[in-house]
Design a protein around this ligand. Structure first.
Ligand code: ZN
Length: 164
């Protein structure tokens, strides 16, 4: 039971200052964010938000997958979301490797064939973003009153660039 001891110790320190117990789970700022799992992205801080303000859905590449749409529909109808940001980022591994390259790299790390594992790579990041924003706007359960924007986050400057 030592694999997570450092993190559990940090968690006990966190809990000592914990002030948001009994809080509801709605998005108090009305914001939902779909972004990449990349550790350089700090979704709340980059928008001046804090815990309780936003629903956040992350995956490799920050893509609007079926699971992301599931989260957004719940967010809009049950959790107070009225603005949605789709946020891929510069220097994303999912946009700078081909699926064959990822198979090769993961296969080498794993010491076995990885070609059966699907990786949702992006060939043209801005075109994929347009498609993803359209998927959200066109969803029959997401009303037109919900504002949807597509942005690219620059991991070197911290700035968001709105594309759609
Ligand atoms: Zn990424």
């Amino acid at each position: 039971m030592t694999d997570f001891d450092d993190l559990l110790a940090a968690n006990r320190t966190y809990a000592e200052q914990f002030a948001i117990g009994g809080f509801d789970g709605i998005a108090h700022a009305g914001v939902a964010i779909v972004t990449c799992m990349d550790s350089r992205i700090d979704p709340l801080n980059m928008l001046g938000l804090s815990a309780g303000d936003a629903k956040i859905f992350r995956n490799p590449g920050g893509r609007v997958t079926d699971a992301a749409l599931e989260a957004l529909v719940l967010g809009v109808h049950l959790l107070n979301v009225n603005r949605i940001l789709v946020v891929p980022h510069t220097r994303c591994a999912m946009a700078s490797n081909s699926e064959a390259e990822l198979h090769e790299r993961v296969g080498q790390s794993a010491g076995q064939d990885a070609s059966w594992q699907r990786f949702n790579v992006v060939e043209d990041q801005v075109a994929a973003l347009e498609e993803d924003v359209h998927r959200v706007r066109a969803h029959p359960l997401i009303p037109a009153s919900v504002r949807v924007g597509g942005f690219v986050y620059d991991v070197d400057t911290g700035l968001l660039d709105q594309k759609y």
